[in-house]
Design a protein around this ligand. Structure first.
Ligand code: C2E
Ligand code: MG
Ligand code: MG
Length: 677
């Protein structure tokens, strides 16, 4: 029975290896039991896998543990004979040793196969996630060679993984992008905005986040990069930047940008000991064009002006639009500050040629104020403010170019401060009841009777006493405050007329001065409403308008005049002869009275031309069927000349100065009594 123990054992060993490789569970247990039986030629034999230790052993049987390096893989048990030889025992032990090592190897193999499948599933899962996310994700080794490339990267750059993996990351860089090594020097965790190039050649902005990849030992092995296209956001940012720093109409820098750039340039000028100048430019006559021809034409004109300014300046000169019809120029690398006045005259000359806008032949001039660095100021804000003050002075200059350019000087600043003090004081005066009206009687030349009065405003200043209108009306005109002053005057004059009317005084005509800025389409309604409120007949009121009012849009002005005279309120033309009213227009105006300006009356009778002007005005008035009044009559000679020339009415110190209301009332009563009415 033991004829071929060795070949038997070898056969059993082969069978064991084969069983472990191929079989599982009960089949394996069964086969291992069979092999154990055959090795010791035993009628009974079985394999008991781990976990069956509690099972009772066969009586008289032989048990052999199967172990490998302290790990138990169960046991073999044979029985049914009482004569197992040492050799057989040895065979069984050898079989158990072989089984131990084969089962051990198999279990390791199985475990790692399982782990491998799991790892593979995990990788699959991760790459699916990477492909699903919208961002582009790529990895590279420490030298920048791409090692993986997700769908997002393919979508963003246009390269497939096959085209991208293995290439150096530099192929995605915009040519202008420098310093590629930078991200590799960094230790990850960086977020930056970069420019990258697509397969199509298109360059775009991306946000790039880089992190370092490490191996199990913590050694860096490469980088992982996340990229998102932020071109849209970058463009929006650029648009916002443009809105914040550029004037939408002309495309020129705005005040904010100008201030920044001037401040930067001043830092440079300081280092190179150069002069700098700021020119403040305000267009003349622009408001008139804008008001009469409309905003569209006004805008087109401003664009043209901006273009001409840009054209006459050098590239390094700054030009900005500050708003409205105001521009500013910054000049920096100039050796002497008088060079700035040359530039100022170049800018003025650029406006000489008329502008053709929409078939209109338009002319605008400009007033330019100049401040100088470093003598006037050392920062943009200050230089702009002082150039503005100088501009204001230039505006008050005469007609020639030279007078439309002014350098800033300290006196100007004082003048400006005074101006600002008056302006804020006047605002308070309006609210605090510091304004009052004086009344200067108007007389009929024929019988020297009072036929009316001119209401003249005064400011009762708490410190300065009674301030004459010449000291605040021009300023109020410039700031627009004259509109509120005018509203107050109309109100106060009507209230006074009502009280005289109620006191039983004879009806007289009260003249109220109306400035050009008040002469809007709202005026007739306001006049009507005020008269009604005080229960006054329209014959109580007269409005004195100046020639400057007529220089605006003629048809519009005539429309407003017609609405006023339709109420029954008369109009007189104040300061006549000082403006430029065209005689052809004069006959179209529904004017009741022409008022000869005091400057002509003064020269009567010694100045021949004043006399000629006065008598011409009188004859024009007669031909146009207007009444005529002379103001500023101070002497009997003047009165005699005017009477002889056919003037209807007079007003002046010869008869009376402007009087407070009570005194005027007294004069009116006396005049009335003398007449015996
Ligand atoms: P105006 O409307 O031409 O008023 C006549 C000015 O001449 C008044 O000066 C008056 O006091 C002055 N005057 C009258 N007769 C004589 C005279 O014989 N000799 C001299 N030397 N002066 C005489 P006033 O009151 O100082 O007003 C000056 C200007 O202020 C006015 O000129 C008018 O343009 C303006 N003004 C006065 N009140 C108002 C007002 O309520 N509204 C507006 N918009 N302007 C006003
Ligand atoms: Mg007047
Ligand atoms: Mg006058």
């Amino acid at each position: 029975m033991l004829a071929h123990p060795v070949s038997d054992f070898l056969g059993s060993s082969a069978a064991l290896c084969d069983a472990v490789l191929r079989l599982r569970g009960a089949a394996l247990t069964e086969e291992l039991g069979r092999i154990a039986r055959s090795v010791v030629h035993s009628p009974q034999g079985r394999y008991l896998p781990p976990g069956t230790e509690g099972l009772e052993a066969w009586a008289g049987g032989l048990v052999q543990e199967i172990r490998f390096e302290n790990q138990s893989f169960g046991r073999f048990e044979v029985a049914g004979r009482s004569d197992y030889t040492d050799a057989e025992r040895q065979h069984l032990a050898s079989l158990a040793a072989l089984a131990g090592s084969v089962l051990q190897v198999h279990s390791i193999a199985q475990r790692s196969t399982h782990a491998y499948v799991q790892v593979e599933a995990q990788l699959q899962h991760q790459s699916q996630i990477l492909d699903q996310i919208h961002e582009s994700v790529l990895t590279m080794d420490m030298n920048g060679f791409v090692t993986s490339w997700n769908k997002g990267a393919e979508r963003l750059f246009g390269y497939t993984p096959v085209e991208a993996v293995g290439r150096n990351i530099l192929f995605l860089y915009d040519d202008e992008d420098v310093g590629f090594a930078d991200p590799f020097l960094e230790h990850g965790g960086r977020l930056m905005e970069v420019r990258r190039k697509k397969k199509s050649g298109e360059v775009f902005w991306a946000s790039l986040s880089l992190s370092t990849l490490h191996d199990v030992d913590g050694k860096p092995t490469g980088m992982i990069a996340y990229l998102t296209d932020i071109t849209e956001r970058k463009l929006a940012e650029e648009r916002i930047h443009h809105l914040a720093y550029y004037d939408a109409l002309t495309g020129l820098p705005n005040r904010t940008l100008l201030t920044k750039l001037v401040d930067q340039a001043l830092t440079v000028a300081q280092r190179s000991k150069l002069h700098g100048c700021v020119l403040f430019i305000d267009l003349n006559r622009f408001k008139l064009i804008n008001d009469t021809l409309g905003r569209r034409i006004g805008d087109a004109l401003l664009k043209e002006v901006a273009a001409r300014f840009r054209l006459v300046l050098r590239d390094q000169d700054l030009v900005a639009r500050l708003g409205g019809d105001e521009f500013a120029v910054g000049l920096f690398d100039i050796g002497q500050h008088y060079e700035a006045s040359r530039v100022a005259h170049k800018l003025l000359a650029a406006l000489n040629e008329p502008f053709m806008v929409d078939g209109h032949d338009l002319r605008v001039g400009a007033s330019i104020g100049i401040s100088v660095y470093p003598q006037d100021g050392a920062d943009a804000e200050t230089l702009l403010r002082l150039a503005d003050i100088a501009m204001y002075r230039a505006k008050q200059g005469g007609d020639s170019d030279a007078e439309h350019v002014a350098f800033y000087s300290r006196d100007m600043n004082q003048g400006m401060q005074e101006r600002m003090r008056i302006e804020s004081g006047l605002r308070q005066a309006l609210g605090n009841g510091q304004l009052e009206l004086h009344y200067q009687p108007k007389f009929s030349i024929a019988d020297s009777k009072i036929i009316g009065a001119e209401a003249l405003v005064r400011w009762r200043h708490p410190e300065r006493g009674l301030v004459p209108p010449a000291e605040f009306i021009p300023l109020a005109e410039a700031t627009g405050l004259v509109v509120q002053v005018g509203e107050w005057v109309l109100e106060a004059a009507c209230a006074q007329a009502q009280s005289w009317k109620d006191a039983g005084l004879p009806p007289i005509r009260l003249a109220v001065n109306v400035s050009a800025r008040e002469f809007t389409s709202a005026l007739p309604g306001r006049v009507k409403e005020t008269l009604e409120r005080y229960g006054l007949e329209p014959s109580w009121l007269e409005l004195e308008i100046t020639e400057s009012t007529l220089m605006h849009n003629i048809d519009r002005v005539i429309g407003i005049m017609d609405r006023i005279t339709a109420l029954g309120v008369t109009l007189s033309l104040d300061d006549f002869g000082t403006g430029y009213s065209s005689l052809s227009y004069l006959k179209r105006f529904p004017i009741d009275t022409l008022k000869i300006d005091r400057s002509f009356t003064t020269g009567i009778p010694s100045d021949a031309s004043d006399c000629a002007i006065a008598s011409t005005i009188i004859s024009i008035a007669q031909q146009l069927n207007h009444k005529v009044i002379a103001e500023g009559v101070e002497t009997v000679e003047q009165l005699a000349f005017l009477k002889h020339s056919g003037c209807d009415e007079v007003q002046g110190y010869l008869f009376s100065k402007p009087l407070p209301a009570e005194q005027f009332e007294k004069a009116l009563r006396e005049d009335w009594l003398a007449e015996g009415r």
